[in-house]
Design a binder for this molecule. Structure first.
Ligand code: MG
Length: 163
């Protein structure tokens, strides 16, 4: 096993920060939805936040396996106000696209460094991002299709509560 480069370690640590920030953003969205009494949507978003925490742990575990240090950075304060429930999910989709771009750049770095172990680990995240974008996109499209009447919101809140 060849040693992981400091550049790759920094990149993974920065991604740990980004995943924690994702969880922070989704918890903030969940709290906002809860405040709007949209408990189903709040539940969906809380699950999303917990998934981000699993991503954090996956990256941490990988660094341990490669004998590298996990170093935490400061987190950005998440938004506390959102442009309605549809706006929450539009923002979540935009955020997931941003995360996909970050994972792609990490993969570029791993390949440039001929670090096949990291590339293989990252492949899981590349696949995961397909799912993340698809599930957020599906909800955004449902909002577009149903509109933002009270009955549509009620229907979607019930559906997302099933997650
Ligand atoms: Mg993630």
């Amino acid at each position: 096993m060849s040693a992981i480069t400091p550049k790759m370690v920094d990149s993974i640590n920065d991604q740990i920060r980004a995943e924690l920030e994702s969880a922070y953003i989704y918890f903030s969205m969940s709290a906002w939805l809860e405040d709007q009494n949209l408990k189903g949507m709040a539940h969906w978003m809380k699950k999303q936040a917990k998934e981000e925490m699993e991503h954090v742990e996956k990256f941490m575990h990988y660094l341990y396996e490669r004998g590298a240090r996990v170093v935490f950075e400061a987190l950005e304060k998440p938004a506390a106000e959102f442009d309605g429930p549809a706006g929450v999910f539009r923002t979540a989709l935009k955020h997931e696209r941003y995360v996909s771009g970050r994972i792609d750049k990490m993969m570029d770095l791993a390949l440039a460094e001929k670090d096949h172990m990291t590339a293989s680990m990252l492949k899981w995240f590349v696949d995961e991002q397909v799912e993340e974008e698809a599930s957020a996109d599906e909800i955004v499209k449902k909002f577009e299709f149903l509109g933002d009447s009270a009955s549509s919101i009620y229907l979607l809140d019930r559906e997302l509560g099933q997650r």
